[in-house]
Design a binder for this molecule. Structure first.
Ligand code: FES
Length: 181
């Protein structure tokens, strides 16, 4: 472990400065509470071989996404090269490096939904929110995504906002649906 600012006990204090040896840059870790949660995860897994994916999964749960700083922090604590962490994050689609919105809007692009107009619904959401799939609105409220069949084809076309499913909808109803969030 190469933590530069650490008191004599094992308790870490934040912000912590990390010098990343691969990238030759210093990362200032802020956001104490989230990093403290991540420290608990790392304390549990740092000596467990092959735990990188598990740790990253937990880190994403804590932060909502895996920023470059979080990736470097994990690399440092696990003693693996940043390139390895970055490689894993890039490889698995479940990991995201983009901040997530408060609500994720999933537009089903499965066959049943598509033939019933999910393409128009997606276009309406893109223009109304000003983002493309995979992006988050500037106010941090919505992340837009497309998805395969959500298993509720009888309600096609459907979108999911957070845990809510909206079925049998049209593009014209999108504005009204969004007012509920
Ligand atoms: S195709 Fe959309 S729910 Fe099945």
């Amino acid at each position: 472990m190469r933590v530069e600012e650490q008191n004599k006990s094992t308790k870490k204090t934040h912000p912590v400065k990390y010098k990343d040896n691969d990238l030759q840059q210093t990362v200032i870790v802020k956001d104490d509470e989230k990093y403290e949660k991540l420290d608990l995860v790392l304390d549990e897994y740092e000596d467990v071989e092959g735990s990188l994916v598990t740790v990253l999964h937990q880190a994403q749960k804590i932060f909502g996404h895996l920023s470059r700083d979080v990736q470097i922090y994990v690399a440092e604590r696990l003693g693996v090269p940043f390139a390895e962490v970055y490689g894993v994050v890039s490889f698995y689609s479940l990991f995201t490096v983009q901040p997530r919105g408060e609500y994720t809007i999933e537009v089903c692009m499965g066959t049943a939904c598509y033939v019933k107009g999910s393409g128009k619904i997606l276009e309406k959401l893109k223009s109304q929110l000003g983002i493309e799939p995979g992006e988050t609105t500037e106010d941090g409220k919505y992340t837009l995504e497309t998805t395969r069949c959500l298993g509720a084809c009888s309600l096609a076309p459907i979108i999911k906002i957070g845990d809510d499913v909206h079925g049998n909808i049209t593009a014209e109803q999108i504005s009204e649906i969004l007012t509920k969030y």
